[in-house]
Design a protein around this ligand. Sequence first.
Ligand code: SAM
Ligand code: SF4
Length: 328
Amino acid sequence: MSLIKDKYQRIIDYMRISITDRCNLRCIYCMPSEGIKPIEHKDILGYEEIIRIVRIAAGLGVRKIRLTGGEPLIRKDLPYLVSSINSIGGIEDISLTTNGLLLKKYARSLASAGLRRVNVSLDSLRPERYREITRGGDINDVLEGIDEAENAGLLPIKINMVPIRGFNDDEIEEFARLTLKTSYNVRFIEFMPIGAKEIWDHEKYISTEEIKERASKIAPLIPVKIRRSGPARYFRFEGAPGVVGFISPITHHFCNSCNRLRLTSDGKLRPCLFSETEIDLKSALRCGASDEEIERLLRLSIEIKPEGHSINHEKCFTHLKPMSKIGG
Ligand code: SAM
Ligand code: SF4
């Protein structure tokens, strides 16, 4: 089986693919209230284009695919894409990041198509606040979607929460408590100065250290080792069925173990979330490039993958494309 490393000896085996920049929510920290001018349909990669890229990437050593967006569940015929990717030799794992609103409808067909797991973004457990943060979402749809995903065997369920001071940070303990009665992985993600021009302010950012201290008020958090834990560091309350995870893009850069490439919905390969450097695969595909030429571009994006990023909570990166455009 092939394996590809970048020049810093990191094995690159993971591709995060944004399949749309559109979304059925407008979370206050991700999108402006008026939304973002969507990429035109003709400029969005078609499923056959994505499948071709994944096939060539699998030949290089990519094993894991995560589908994201925007909101991936609003794109038509997603089970077709999942089953097509699942049938590509070398691909071992397909997962999805979603706001969960449409999970109830699609969890079973996605699981049958070969999807292994879902990460559900949920930033409040209170219906009114959830509606405010998402500018209109109904939390009951998400909770029913999570149940359906669990029933469909998309396990473990990972819940991603971004604590923001003054918005939802008083729910940190409540979220951590979920792991006492469910087997969820509840993961806290540091708020990043990216794409949230209207509300970003470094005082709203909360470090992992503070989040962990606040969650630890319930009981001591014991470190646990989870295979393929990616950028998250995991802990458990004694005897709890679930685990608490921390993803710290600001305070604990995970650049030295970064194994991923990103493909945007308009076909740009992005070696790093925080760099504006992109390689235009779509133009190559649509100009009749051969598989060898596409492979060369994939190799190039691995070659130019930076050693790390310099993001911190004091510098403002809100000029970067929002997460919904890059693929969160
Ligand atoms: N719509 C899907 C969802 O919400 O899960 C997938 C795309 S969304 C852009 C992916 C993730 O990016 C979500 O978990 C969201 O919380 C996160 N995100 C967006 N903007 C962020 C920011 N400024 N800081 C930290 N996380 C952010
Ligand atoms: Fe949509 Fe996800 Fe961004 Fe919320 S975080 S606006 S659900 S893309």
